[in-house]
Design a protein around this ligand. Sequence first.
Ligand code: GLN
Length: 435
Amino acid sequence: MKEFKYDAEKAKKINEKINAVLEFTEIEGNKEGKYHNTPFMVKDNIQVLETKMTSASKILENYNSTYTATAIQKLLNEGFKIVGKTNLDEFAMGGSNENSAFGPVKNPWDLERIPGGSSGGSAAVVAAGIVPFAIGSDTGGSVRQPASFCGIVGYKPTYGAISRYGLSAFASSLDQIGVLATNVKDAATVVEVMSGKDEKDSTTLDINWDLTSEIEKEPEKIKIAIPKEVFEVEGIDPKVLEKFKENIERLKENGIEIEEVEIPHLKYTVSIYYIIAPSEASSNLSRYDGMRFALREEKESLKDTYMETRDKGFGIEVKRRIFMGAFTLSSAYYDAYFSKAAKIRKLLNDDFEKVFEKYDAVLTPTTTMLPPKIGELKSPLEYYLMDLFTISANMIGAPAISIPSGLIDNLPFGIHLISKPLEDAKMLRIANKFE
Ligand code: GLN
């Protein structure tokens, strides 16, 4: 990783325009560490001692972290320095950063536009040149989609590669910490440092990755699959599709073999995501009851205290998710929704397994559109549909990456790769070649 000069004053000035940083910090890492003093920022839904952890929610506005997340501690051990906590959609629910209790983040490419989300603050600080990389979390695309909207790299590794201990839980079977960086190699280095078994998260894998050197190897003949469903999606911006096709031609000219395949269950991913993720969220968020953490709106009865705390503390999107999740998990509707969604998740997994028998990666655009203007999209559904191409990776626990691949009307466009779980090194080698 190249040396990086961090300028705190300049960072604060830039932040006045983009609202990407919620708290500036100076938390030094190990002096003997290989990356001593290399600055980075952390999404504010991750615990870091000596900082608040608001998850961009009123309910945690005054909550101080009580420990440091394993992934972040590993970065500190290697000498990296934490210079700030970044803004996000409340509890990582959203794709635009307009859902933050502390105001929207602005896209450094065009201040009238969203940076994407939910790790929009992390994307914006990297795109604005404040830090060389930032940490985000990705449940359905929250690292990759803002990376695409801000013209940088966003990498979510295989599920279980990085400990979630200290990451505020949204949908635990999908959540994964990831990184936003200016290039594939830096992203690989950062994930390598964060990865590995952690006894505090039983879903972590016993891996010992050397991505930094793996990425240097020349990839074998690359075989890429494109789901033909990409060309049939309703509501995809035609300019996005055109740019995607241009990229396909460019890659073919570089000797990469590309074929169309069928991923029949791809079209259901948004639907099953908005059953599974809210279900898990409604359960995870029940801990915010006004008894143990931060905000407490005291009322006569216990029930009223719960209700008032949650009413005042949660924003509209979070409430919507809790309602949806409580509904889909309720005994009367469990079979109709949650259990069906779980079955389709399995079928989607089968689709991808079949593709990975023959191909090294699945290629799509990262999102279906260019970054919209702040306030431009009106219905939640419009936001939900943006994540059509990113959700699958979370559903099947696979590694995925967004790579900047040109501009459309002066706005960044990204392409997206998914590889087989645990084949992160191979995916990164390909991504490195695509860059
Ligand atoms: N945009 C998706 C959502 O709103 C994904 C969020 C995420 O990955 N954290 O839930």
